[in-house]
Design a protein. Structure first.
Length: 359
């Protein structure tokens, strides 16, 4: 099926600064795509180009197979919801929602009816006549969504829409958004800095760095198989060992490190073995004090950090490198570890992931 949106070699420069460069993406009808990346990586600029608020310096953006070059925002049906919401303070709730229909010349009675039905759908029908400044943050969020959806666009662009909400409300709005997206079959392109939002909601995740797409894939694929060191570090809680692979007596690949030889996964690409590689081991794949697995390093406990129901343990290996291990809090209780205590950390070679080392 034809992608609803096709981004072809898109670049955006401000003066001689390239904010977005070499971006190629195809986004399917009804897909939920999340875009992540550090601050300044070009996420908003990319979204603004899709919305028609900025023109690409190079390349093109096709909507339903047609170039959007020269099309104003209201001519392309790709509305945007911002963190700041940008509601009109001088219009009440229902007038805000009607606005897009008014711009399109929809008659008054019909636009009122359609706006009210969207307010009902988002469970804020009773606030139709309120002023915007009489609403809570979550209610305003719903008004902004209704305003964007009232024209029933094929694509909705969302730029960190939940980041101003508290954690509880944000989780509730995540559910509202995913349900709406499934029901309506609208394509969502959702910029967020929150890993949990992106990984919970999206069909595919794009990771951007310095204006480029570093990786695009299903959440699980990105999590299990980061394709670059940037992605592995961006996701956090990954351990990265760098070195030159060699063949062991058993025919398998090994990495020589300051902590001895580490066994590489059997599916590591042999084509990478002619140079340095990064071996990536996710913090939640390492077991402490358990039966020894293929890779086992004697360590000391340096510190711990509680992150909700799980805990990050910071260790130092005998070779002097840092290691982070993540486990559920309950599991830590069973270990009764003292700071400075010696403990073995081990993982199965199959849980490692090997990429070519960069610089
Ligand atoms: P993100 O949303 O990923 O944080 P942005 O797309 O907002 O990043 O910005 C990417 C880069 O482009 C940043 O360095 C930003 O300062 C720059 N930039 C964005 N808009 C403009 C503009 N209108 N003029 C000059 N530089 C800009
Ligand atoms: Mg931004």
């Amino acid at each position: 099926m034809e992608p609803v949106l096709k981004i072809v070699d898109v670049e955006k420069s401000f003066g001689d600064f390239r904010a977005v460069t070499g971006v190629n993406l195809e986004i399917g009808r009804g897909e939920f795509l999340a875009i992540m990346g550090s601050s300044g990586s070009g996420k908003s600029t990319l979204l603004r180009m899709i919305a028609g608020l900025e023109a690409p310096t190079k390349g093109d953006i096709l909507l339903n197979g047609r170039s959007t070059r020269g099309l104003a925002p209201h001519e392309r049906d790709t509305p945007m919801v911002w963190q700041s919401l940008a509601l009109f303070p001088f219009l009440n709730v229902v007038e805000n929602v009607e606005f897009g229909l008014k711009m399109r010349g929809v008659p008054a009675a019909e636009r009122r009816r359609r706006a009210l039905s969207w307010l009902e759908r988002l469970e804020i029908g009773r606030f139709a006549d309120r002023a915007i400044d009489e609403l809570s943050g979550g209610q305003r969020q719903r008004v902004a969504l209704a305003r964007a959806l009232v024209t029933e666009p094929p694509v909705l662009l969302l730029d960190e829409p939940l980041s101003a909400l508290d954690a509880h409300l944000s989780v509730r709005m995540q559910a509202v958004l995913t349900n709406l997206q499934r029901e309506l079959g609208i394509t969502f392109i959702y910029v967020t800095h929150s890993h949990s939002e992106a990984f919970a909601m999206a069909d595919r995740v794009v990771i951007m760095s310095e204006g480029r797409v570093e990786q695009i894939g299903a959440p699980k694929e990105i999590y299990l198989r980061p394709s670059t060191r940037f992605v592995a570090e961006f996701l956090g809680s990954n351990n990265i060992f760098t070195g030159r692979p060699e063949k062991g007596a058993d025919g398998g690949g090994y990495l020589r490190t300051g902590d001895g030889l580490l066994k590489l996964p059997a599916d590591a690409d042999p084509a990478l073995f002619d140079g340095e590689v990064d071996l990536i081991v996710s913090a939640d794949r390492i077991v402490l004090g358990g039966p020894s697995q293929a890779n086992s390093l004697p360590c000391r406990l340096i510190g711990e950090e509680f992150v909700g129901a799980s805990v990050n343990l910071y260790l130092e290996t005998e070779g002097g490198r840092d290691l982070v291990v993540q486990m559920p809090q309950r599991q830590l209780d069973g270990l009764s570890l003292q700071r400075g205590a010696a403990i073995g950390a081990s993982w199965s070679d199959a849980d490692g992931h090997v990429i070519r080392a960069t610089s």
